[in-house]
Design a protein around this ligand. Sequence first.
Ligand SMILES: [Zn+2]
Length: 79
Amino acid sequence: MADSKPVNCPGVSKIVRPVPEYAECPNCKGSIEFWSDEDMGKCYECDREYPKALQDASCLDWCPQADNCRVMIKENKSS
Ligand SMILES: [Zn+2]
């Protein structure tokens, strides 16, 4: 079956299947790892934690269907 319909809103695919993103640590220039489903990132080198930049606001902050997605994400995580 060539059914390419997404199983969830494509906007939250990064949250449903978290991927890491990296930034430079302002403290030690090490690598901070930000997971796409978490609000905080942690530096590999000095263990400091940083809040994720606000530019990462997702469709969940905007979309009228966001509550449906939140329920789905929660179910996904608990399974
Ligand atoms: Zn650091």
